[in-house]
Design a protein around this ligand. Sequence first.
Ligand code: NAP
Ligand code: F7E
Length: 335
Amino acid sequence: MDQIAFITGITGQDGSYLAEFLLDKGYRVVGMTRRSSTDSMERIEHLQTRIELLQGDLLDQASLVAAIQAVKPTEIYNLAAMSFVPTSWNQPVLTAEFTGLGVTRMLEAVRQVDPAIKFYQASSSEMFGKVREVPQNELTPFHPRSPYGVAKAYGHFLTVNYRESYGLFAVSGILFNHESPRRGLEFVTRKVTDGVARISLGLTNVLRMGNLDARRDWGFAGDYVRAMWAMLQQPVACDYVVATGIDHSVRDVCQIAFERVGLDYEKYVVLDEHLLRPAEVDHLLGDPTKARQELGWQPTVSFEDLICMMVDADMERLRNHPVRHADVAFASAHS
Ligand code: NAP
Ligand code: F7E
C-alpha cells in the first residue's frame, strides 16, 4: 500500500525536516496549513513542488475531519501547536486550545474517519518541568511549569487514553529540545546564534538574555524527525523519550556561539530581567535508552557542531539578505 503522511505544523521547524525525510522514503506528503494574510512557507519553499498543502486549523473540528477524509493518510504527524513557552503565560487559553484540545480534535477526527490511521503526537520534555529525577525517562512523573507544559501533558495523556480506550495506534514522542538553522528566532539557541551573527557583522553590540544557568538536553531537529517516523513503524504503539543524554547550560550556548566568530560572550551578553520566566524549568536531561534499544535511534550531530552550524547559517543569511535585519531586530526585542 502506498504510504501517505499527513503533517500538521508542516510550516514549522520539525514539519519541514519531517517532510524532507518522508519524501526521501517515498511517501506522498500532505501538509496542513492555516489561513494567514502573510506567507509562512519559508521553511518549505524548497519542497513546494514535491508536497501538497491543504488548509485546516486545530481550532476547527470540521476542517480536520474534511482534511483527513480528503487525504486518506496512512500516518498522521500532529506537530502543530503554539510552541513558545513564554507566550503560553500571555495566552494561556489559546495555548490550551491549540496545544491541548487540538490533540483531542485530531484524535476524534481519526476515530471518525479511519481508526486504522497511525497517529504521532508531538509531546515535550517540558511536561517533566520541575523534575522528579535526573535523567528523565518514559516513567518519570510530570510536573509541568508553564501553561504550555500543562497543555502538552493533557495532549500526552489523551493520546495514551485513545490508544487504551479505542485501540488506536497512537504514540506520544516525548522530545527534548531540538534545534537547527530553521529554529524560530525567539528560541534561545537561535536567538543567540542570530545575535552573534548580528554582532559579528556590526549590526548591534548587545545581546539581552534571561536565565543563563538553565540547562537543557539539546539535539539537532533533523535527527529527531527520524525518531518520529520510527515510532510509527513499531509492531506495538508506545511512547518514547528522544534526547541526546547530554546537557548544557544557556551560558554554554553563548560561549560556543561567540567563540565561533572569535568573540568573548561576556563582553556582549546582558541580563534582562524581563526575560526571566514566572516559573523556570531549571534542568532537563533525557534518558534515550528505550529509543536507542527499540527504535535503533541515535543522534548524529553533537551540541558543539549544532551551535556552530546555526552560527554559520545565520552569518550567511544576514550577509546575503540585509533586508531581513529589521525582522531580526524585532524578534530579538520581543523574546
Ligand atoms: P514550530 O516551529 O513553532 O511550528 C509550529 C507549527 O504549528 C507551525 O507550522 C504553525 O503554523 C503550526 N500551528 C500553530 N497553531 C496552529 C493551528 N491553530 N492550526 C494549524 N497549525 C498551527 O514548532 P516545532 O519546533 O517545529 O515543533 C513541532 C512540535 O513539536 C510542536 O508541537 C512543539 O510544541 C513540539 N515540540 C518541539 C520541541 C522542540 O524542541 N522543537 C520539543 C518538544 C516538542 P504557522 O506557520 O502558521 O504558525
Ligand atoms: O528556552 C532560557 C529559558 O525558549 C530554553 C520549545 O521548543 O523546548 C522549547 O522550550 C531555556 C529556558 O526553549 C533566554 O529560560 C535564557 O530555560 O529555547 P527556549 P524551552 O522553553 O526549553 C521544549 C522541549 C518545547 O517543547 C518547546 O516547544 O533558555 N533562556 N535566556 C532564554 N530563552 C529564550 N527563549 N530567550 C532568552 O533570552
